[in-house]
Design a protein around this ligand. Structure first.
Ligand code: GAL
Length: 656
């Protein structure tokens, strides 16, 4: 029986929300005029704790909280080249994704992630101010231990908000204290050199880590820990070592007008490659892994014991001959994003509250699942579509990519029938590209002739028909058509059933892993690849592959493939973190925007050209029929016009 984790404690009570919701005049979150109510927030222990929790609210917001997955309309999930939504959806929710896909983003139409996260910082700083001013410790309201831990929590959280702004926007303004209401514009801080920001964030995280526990009880999993601090520091230093910030920033004249960073003048970006940035990142990643696996008690999810009682491996359809172990691997990778801490999933380093995922499930579910007792047809939205690019990148059963596997079927035959026995359900339409692949492919990709889920349709899987317009095929009467011919099965509860009475049976909404241990292994592999330590990089790639049941990489394979070790590391990022929002930032920090997101680069099967296409018409690699394109200004996100206007020291990102 799955248990709900009690995250309620992390929410503000309605009372506290009312007390603390004052408006701010700009992103600097200048101190509001009446402070009486804010002081009430330290009046008793419950209020003080609620005040602390209110600092977290900004990081858990589904629309602007920079969560890696769970919101299918969010730009980091749906504007890279692993997952896309039907085009008609891209303009939903203020059009965030469409603006990026079509390169029409501007300082006027941009979302204010900047302001939102600075408000989070402002709340942390206000909390710290009030700890001094209202002195709940001296008044016996909180213990010395709480005082120390809460201060560290606010500091760590503020550093985290700075990091998420930095990751999206580049050089940031550093806020260490709130400005007084009458502060003249001339003292508003400007943006600091990127490397200076990274140093500052790391220092804050180091200091905070000392006063934080390494692990928390399940009920408090969302709160800051020293393990989170070390993982965020590793992420920040990996970002700093990456090409975008390590000599390859595409705009050579981007700098401040007047505002200066100590030691850097008006420069904002380092122009020269510095290998020591990789060495430093490597040390931080090493420390984060050691800490996470030691004090933090984190480990990759390898639990093969946990199963919902009614799972029978025979019910999992995989084309071709695969072993039971292979099916176990597929199921494990489905459970990874579903099993909770109390079910033996100790992979999450930073996790958010449950919720949100259910809307993503429904968006991903196929259209026309079954007829309900009421007579209506149960339909998901057939959205959140894996691109053909992502489908091609998953490994073959031999551990290569299809294009460089000496034993995989020749590319000229990828889109032909694999000749599976039809079984009267259309298995004969499965194409060669979908046979002889790695477990993660079958865990997460839904393809024509294959099954979606094991139980979704009143206890049965839904076998997909991506051609027939009355099933999951293109239908001009709806905007809910898979844009690529594929559907996503990641994040789904593996055995959830929807009954004929439209009841959802056998699921809970799991928490989301904002940072999980696997990424530290890939970060270390990437640092080692950059430093020429090929064998060390292969070792970490294989930690990830072994857990996924994929064939391990060898140096002989690297040599035979024509891909260098860094490309293999990138492949592993792409596959392990498929659809987890990583590709958005990874392609940017690798300065590969044009290569992967340029005009015509995003591919699907020929899924949108006509209703009821033939097998041959459908199974053709096809450029999506939209002008999705790239411009280098998209490496960074524009600061909303109003924020720049409010602060004369603040320079806009290049190109905006
Ligand atoms: C809704 C629409 C659904 C689906 C969804 C996607 O407005 O009714 O059919 O398109 O948006 O978010």
């Amino acid at each position: 029986m799955k248990l709900f984790k009690s995250y309620k404690k992390l929410g503000l009570t309605a009372l506290m929300a009312g007390m603390l919701s004052f408006s701010s005049c700009n992103y600097l979150d200048i101190v509001p005029p009446e402070q009486v109510q804010v002081n009430d927030a330290m009046e008793n222990h419950q209020n003080a704790l609620g005040f602390l929790y209110s600092c977290y609210a900004f990081s858990k917001n589904d629309n602007v909280g920079e969560l890696p997955y769970g919101n299918y309309l969010y730009d980091i999930n749906t504007t890279a080249d692993d997952i896309l939504n039907p085009h008609a959806w891209a303009a939903d929710g203020n059009g965030g994704p469409a603006l990026i896909l079509l390169n029409t983003l501007s300082a006027q139409n941009a979302r204010d992630y900047w302001g939102h996260n600075y408000n989070g910082i402002g709340q942390c700083l206000l909390f710290l101010e009030k700890l001094d001013e209202c002195d709940p410790l001296g008044r016996g309201i909180i213990t010395a231990e709480e005082d120390r831990e809460w201060r560290a929590e606010a500091k760590a959280l503020s550093a985290y908000y700075h990091f998420v702004i930095l990751r999206r926007y580049g050089p940031i303004a550093i806020l260490e204290e709130r400005l007084p209401l009458d502060a003249p514009q001339s003292i508003f801080p400007g943006r600091y050199h990127f490397d200076y920001c990274v140093d500052w964030i790391c220092q804050q995280l180091d200091e905070a880590a000392k006063d934080l526990p390494a692990i928390r009880d399940v009920a408090y999993m969302g709160r800051m820990t020293s393990t989170i601090c070390k993982a965020v520091k590793a992420q920040a230093l990996l970002l700093a070592a990456s090409p975008l910030w390590n000599g390859s920033f595409p705009y050579t004249t981007f700098k401040n007008d007047t505002w200066e960073t100590p030691g850097y003048g008006t420069e904002l970006v380092s122009r020269k490659y510095d290998e020591s940035k990789w060495t430093r990142a490597l040390a931080a990643v090493e420390e984060a892994i050691t800490w996470a696996e030691g004090q933090g008690q984190r480990s990759l999810y390898t639990n093969n014991e946990y199963r919902d009682a009614n799972i029978n491996l025979n019910d999992l359809y995989i084309p071709g001959n695969v072993s039971d172990k292979f099916k176990e691997d597929v199921l494990r990778m489905r459970y990874l994003h579903y099993a909770c801490e109390n079910e033996g999933n100790r992979e999450g380093i930073m996790v958010t509250n449950p919720g949100g995922l259910t809307t993503q499930w429904f968006a991903s579910f196929p259209r026309n699942i079954m007829q309900l007792n009421s007579g209506t047809v149960l339909s998901g939205f057939s959205g959140f579509n894996p691109t053909l690019n992502a489908v091609q990148r998953f490994l073959t059963a031999d551990g290569y990519m299809p294009e460089n596997d000496p034993n995989f079927i020749d590319e000229s035959q990828w889109y032909e029938s694999a000749g599976m026995p039809d079984n009267g359900v259309g298995r004969s339409r499965i194409i060669n590209l979908c046979v002889n692949r790695e477990p993660r492919f079958y865990a997460w990709i839904g393809f024509d002739g294959g099954d979606y889920s094991m139980r979704i349709a009143n206890g049965e899987p839904k076998t997909l028909n991506m051609l027939d317009k009355t099933m999951q095929g293109y239908n001009s009467a709806t905007r809910d058509n898979s844009a690529t011919g594929f559907l996503c099965q990641k994040f789904m509860p593996p055995v959830m059933q929807i009954s004929k009475d439209n009841a959802y049976v056998g699921y809970v909404s799991p928490s989301r892993m904002v940072i999980r241990l696997a990424e530290l292994y890939l970060a270390r592999a990437e640092c080692n690849a950059a430093l020429g330590n090929t064998e060390a990089a292969i070792r970490d790639i294989n930690v990830i592959r072994n857990r996924a049941g994929a064939t391990p990489l060898t140096s002989a394979m690297v040599n035979a493939s024509g891909m260098n070790i860094m490309e293999w590391v990138k492949t592993e990022w792409n596959n392990e973190f498929f659809a987890e929002g990583k590709r958005f930032f990874n392609v940017r920090r690798w300065v590969e925007g044009e290569k992967y997101f340029g005009l015509g680069k995003r591919l699907g099967l020929n899924a949108l050209s006509k209703e009821n296409p033939t097998f041959e018409e459908f199974n053709k690699p096809t450029t999506l029929p939209y002008t999705y394109t790239w411009g280098n200004k998209l490496y960074l996100y524009p600061i909303q016009y109003g924020d720049v206007y409010a602060n004369p020291q603040l320079v806009q990102n290049p190109g905006f």
